[in-house]
Design a protein around this ligand. Sequence first.
Ligand SMILES: Cc1cc2nc3c(=O)[nH]c(=O)nc-3n(C[C@H](O)[C@H](O)[C@H](O)COP(=O)(O)OP(=O)(O)OC[C@H]3O[C@@H](n4cnc5c(N)ncnc54)[C@H](O)[C@@H]3O)c2cc1C
Length: 475
Amino acid sequence: MIRATSPSRMVRATGFGMTEGGDVYLYRPTNVQEVKDILQMARETGRQVVLRGSGRSYGDANIARECLMLDISRMNQIYSINKQSAEVDCQAGVTIEQLWRSTLEDGFWPPIVSGTMAPTLAGALGMNIHGKNAYVAGPIGEHVTELDVVLPNGDVRTLKPENPLFHAVISSAGLLGVITRVRLKMKRIKSGDLRVLPLSVPDWAGQFKIFEDLEHDADYMVTWIDCFGRGKHAGRGVFHAAWYTQENEEFPSTLRPENQDLPDTILGFFPKSVVWRFLKPLNNRFGMRALNAAKHHASRLLGNGKQHPQGLVGFSFLLDYVPNWRNAYLPGGFIQYQSFVPKEHAPRVFAEQVRLQQEAKLESFLGVMKRHKPDPFLFSHGVDGYSLALDFKVTRKNREKLWQLAHAMNDLVVAAGGKFYLAKDSTLRPADFQATIGSENLARYFDLKAELDPESILTSSLAKRLGLDPREFSK
Ligand SMILES: Cc1cc2nc3c(=O)[nH]c(=O)nc-3n(C[C@H](O)[C@H](O)[C@H](O)COP(=O)(O)OP(=O)(O)OC[C@H]3O[C@@H](n4cnc5c(N)ncnc54)[C@H](O)[C@@H]3O)c2cc1C
């Protein structure tokens, strides 16, 4: 039985970008009864609860000051792997890493993965994550065949895709219920290797052209953008497409997890664990301008247009190569900004966003573009178009100007009928979110909130910031 809040449970938690944080009472339940106990304690004490997976959302969606934090990560048991139906049944605290390590040998791969393997399925469904195959496979919610959710009053519901609540709980950023069990349909694979095609791209027009040329062919597509490129070099970068492959053996060695592990060293001798310390002195405008340019020129000269095999893990989880890389952004941390824009407006909007950054001398150190498609979820971020994800270093000095820049970029997205992604947000104003999510979806959210969570037990700093926590209205 979980007992009342005690100061000894207090910890400081931040989003992944380390710009927002707060003290919370940490609870890490191991079963559904303990989840219910935490919710009951919140009802009895008048406190609110913030849900947390692995804490990989960049901004403030997984934190809330002075609240109970219900961290699902210890509910991480895989119940079964059905080899006929390709479904995995598991507790929602199972991570993407656990999932691929447990199923690769049977020829399965998670249908959708993020750029890191750390997220839990609960967090992945809270945000409805997308991968480099978003334009064919949609977000992860489209691959869930059943889930259990504990509602704020303690009732447990089992939801399937035909149940209307299914498409609301998934994507609702942990504000409608606690997902505790998931049944996920995996992708069948015949090899742990992909065939990867790298292409050096000179400008924005080239970037969009390659996506269009390959969108009916490639299994994965992603491109890196050098946000320091100007004039005729604006939009330059390196595009990667990848295809699943098939090997002739019945049990190829590429399906063994130990053969997919990321290396411990860089260039064969340099321990990865210390790499972020070397990145830190470069982690400023001048260093990053040089690194981005070097990467672009290397891509033109080395391997351009030459296909090569690469392990699924190495290709998928590029951001896990360097442990603790985010520490290079300390002391101020960083924000990620990702906007989704319909395809007819994306070339203009993204070019203008990057131009605004250059004008403000606040260029993103990393730009990544992907192709997407619309989806039927409540807080959907999918559009028939493209997303551009941008990383910005935050300092005490630049913070105000950076938020002004983000608001100017938001205005472009709203005017173009685009969307935002709550997992990557730190800067939206309530009106930005309302305009992009639509009044119908917003009304449905508040109806569900009133029905399922009338005391607004579930919250987050993001919910308070965006006007999604009705308890704030009564203050
Ligand atoms: C390096 C890096 C790369 C990334 N790449 C991608 C990418 O390619 N594509 C992409 O889509 N995202 C990407 N992300 C974002 C990440 O996938 C999402 O933020 C994901 O939600 C993180 O999962 P988590 O387990 O850490 O959840 P958290 O960040 O802890 O929580 C995410 C949300 O889920 C809610 N939640 C937590 N537990 C539950 C529960 N039990 N029931 C209901 N809701 C719950 C939380 O309240 C919160 O709103 C990336 C993040 C990082 C750090």
